[in-house]
Design a protein. Structure first.
Length: 332
């Protein structure tokens, strides 16, 4: 067996031991980027080299392979790169304002380390320090919205327990915070964090709205439970907006034309998960997608100066037309 194949087999064993349900052939095809026949050979090798591997047929009629927890522990030691990645991820969460999540990830890191042999930790600690020292460049500079830790904790508890959340929320149109009871469905994260949910008193009933977490001054988890709609998908909801803000009245076709000198730069950018592009004979590039959020689009398009033209929608075209500068020395 080649070294690469041995590494791949160990990686498969780790994944088979990581989840209670185990892995299917499709899981291996997607994760390792291999063909179905190769995935079958990998599972045969797993069964030969890791005799405690179990296989069974799940409720959907698919065969799954798994390794019972605690077996072959010597193969699953944490590497310096993996340990450093946990530290880096916790640091990023903290810098982005996810203080509660950063603390939780740091606790996970400490628990994992506590399960490893002390001599192994002593051996990899210098490498971890070296990796962290070289990763300073990945820190994202710039402003971010602050979120109260107590609010973040209440939101997390409400999401987990499916209990209504009572928030004191001040929208941009209000002069003071107002009390709202919200059934939270999820969170959208970016420069700001938005709570996605349904206001119990909203009209029409069931309308899904977004709430800026930095505009929530207090949050309390109620004793009343709610049922999250089975047909609600957070990713599909998020895809209806260009960024975070959702305005159903603005949802529609978007079309931008990037000048030839900006086409390569635009070609390497994903503006929306469901975008399509068209190469034009003059070297320009057209990007199309459907989304809402004209104001956030305008903020973003300003960075491109006069190297982008809004073809659709007309309302966005009128919003940005007077602000297309030609003197920016670089593209975003």
């Amino acid at each position: 067996m080649s070294f690469d194949k041995a590494e791949q087999l160990i990686a498969l064993a780790r994944k088979a031991a990581a989840g209670r349900q185990g892995l299917t052939l499709d899981d291996v095809v997607i994760h390792f980027g291999v063909s179905l026949s190769t995935a079958q050979r990998m599972f045969r090798a797993l069964e030969v080299n890791f005799p405690l591997t179990e296989s069974y047929i799940d409720e959907d009629g698919r065969k799954r392979w798994r390794i019972p927890g605690g077996q072959y522990r010597e193969f699953f030691s944490l590497s310096a790169e993996e340990l450093a990645t946990l530290d880096i991820a916790a640091g990023h969460l903290d810098r982005f304002g996810f203080t509660l999540e950063a603390r939780t990830l740091a606790q996970v890191r400490d628990k994992v380390v506590s399960l490893l042999p002390s001599n192994h930790i002593l051996r990899i600690e210098p490498d971890v320090d070296a990796i962290l020292e070289t990763q300073g460049f990945v820190a994202r500079p710039g402003p971010r919205a602050r979120v109260d830790e107590k609010v973040a904790a209440a939101v997390a508890e409400s999401l987990k327990a499916c209990r209504y959340l009572d928030i004191h929320y001040q929208s941009r149109r209000e002069e003071a915070p107002a009390l709202r009871r919200v059934a939270p469905y999820g969170l959208l994260a970016g420069y700001r964090r938005y709570l996605v949910g349904c206001d119990a008193a909203s009209q029409p009933p069931g309308a899904i709205k977004t709430y800026r977490l930095d505009a929530v001054s207090q949050a309390h988890v109620s004793d009343e439970y709610f049922e999250r709609p089975a047909d609600f998908d957070l990713q599909s909801f998020a895809d209806r907006g260009f960024a975070l803000y959702q305005n159903e009245a603005e949802f529609g076709e978007v079309e931008w034309r990037f000048a030839p000198q900006a086409a390569d730069h635009a070609r390497g950018t994903q503006f929306h998960p469901r975008q399509s592009i068209e190469e034009c004979p003059d070297g320009s590039l057209i990007v199309r997608f459907e989304a809402a959020g004209h104001l956030e689009m305008a903020w973003y398009l300003y960075q491109w100066g006069d190297k982008v033209e809004v073809v659709k929608p007309q309302a966005l075209r009128e919003m940005v037309e007077a602000y297309r500068r030609s003197d920016f020395p670089a593209l975003p």
